[in-house]
Design a protein around this ligand. Structure first.
Ligand code: HEM
Length: 290
């Protein structure tokens, strides 16, 4: 093996040659190198360990979690893009039941509208993409609703929420949440335990997203649907009217977008490809190369 790595050895010097493995940084060679002293040749030490290093993996995310997670991402992206298009058609927000150009808005977005009937202060209108946006928004909303129902039912029946998302005993308090937040802020690497399970901050955030933000955004979405509120009027009046539902829907969207940004940044910080691999093929590496 050494002969193959150091072909100059064949006819020169004595056998075995004097081998020293040392850190040759000071000689301008970062990393561990092997020195064949009789030829004064240097070879990278890593090449000498050609035996394959087995990476052990273990199951991480259940198939239901992975499939529903990625369906949620697709639906969420479609809903966000089309939602923005819908907002542009009337960038004014109201409280209560009624909202139109004759009603004083609670606030107005400082952007031009895609309809010339809406007063915005701008002297031009944006391209109107409302047709396909509305169709796609409603289709993506149903996809999200059914995906969420499947995930929610499975999570309850299988004990996933209780086992993997409810904070473990001893970590159910602000102190534990703050301790983990400080670790993130100091950019400390996640411990081995976090390869196999969520930390307290993730658990609490996911629970809020799953059990607070998602139900509310779906509710306020349904509260804007005339056919749904025709059958279930309480959906709208319980939140204070159709326009209140629209305004809340808008704020909830921003809360979810903020979650998404932080979620992806955190994943990037704590090992993007490793975590993506676990959320895609379901297995996580349990042992790194030595
Ligand atoms: C491109 C965007 C996204 C990426 C790359 C991504 C990636 C991931 C990854 C890798 C995990 C596992 C975390 C870990 O092992 O530490 C995860 C979990 C999770 N993500 Fe995302 N995610 C994305 C978008 C979203 C969106 C839009 C939502 C919902 C609004 C979401 C909600 C969740 C939830 C609730 C979990 C925990 C699932 C469970 O274990 O039951 N993610 N995500």
């Amino acid at each position: 093996m050494i002969k193959r790595l150091a072909p100059g050895l064949g006819g020169w010097g004595s056998w075995p040659p004097t081998l020293t493995a040392q850190n040759a940084v000071r000689m301008g060679r970062p990393g561990r190198w092997l020195c064949l002293r009789h030829t004064s040749s240097w070879y990278p030490l890593r090449v000498a360990t050609l035996s394959p290093v087995r990476q052990k993996t273990s199951p991480r995310h259940a198939a239901v979690v992975r499939v529903t997670h990625w369906l949620t991402v697709v639906a969420f992206v479609a809903l966000t893009v089309t939602g923005l298009e819908i907002v542009i058609s009337h960038p004014r927000f109201y409280w209560g039941e009624v909202g139109n150009v004759n009603v004083k808005p609670a606030f107005t977005l400082p952007i031009p509208a895609s309809r010339d009937t809406v007063p915005t202060g701008y002297k031009y209108v944006m391209p109107d993409q409302n047709g396909w946006s509305r169709y796609l928004h409603f289709e993506a909303a149903w996809l999200l609703l059914f995906t969420a129902l499947a995930y929610g039912a499975w999570g309850l029946v299988s004990g996933h929420f209780k086992r993997n998302l409810v904070p473990v005993r001893g970590e159910r308090g602000w102190r534990a949440i703050w301790a983990r937040t400080r670790k993130y802020l100091r950019r400390s690497p996640p411990g081995r335990q976090e390869e196999k399970s969520y930390n307290v901050l993730q658990r609490v955030t996911y629970l809020v997203v799953i059990f607070v933000l998602f139900p509310l955004i779906m509710w306020t979405g349904l509260a804007m649907s005339p056919s749904f509120t025709g059958a279930f009027p309480a959906t709208a009046w319980l939140v204070g009217g159709r326009q209140t539902a629209r305004t809340l829907h808008f704020f909830l969207t921003w809360a979810l977008i903020a979650f998404l940004v932080v979620h992806v940044v955190m994943i990037a910080i704590s090992g993007f490809w490793r975590r993506m691999r676990a959320m895609t093929i379901g297995r996580a590496r349990t042992e790194d190369e030595l």
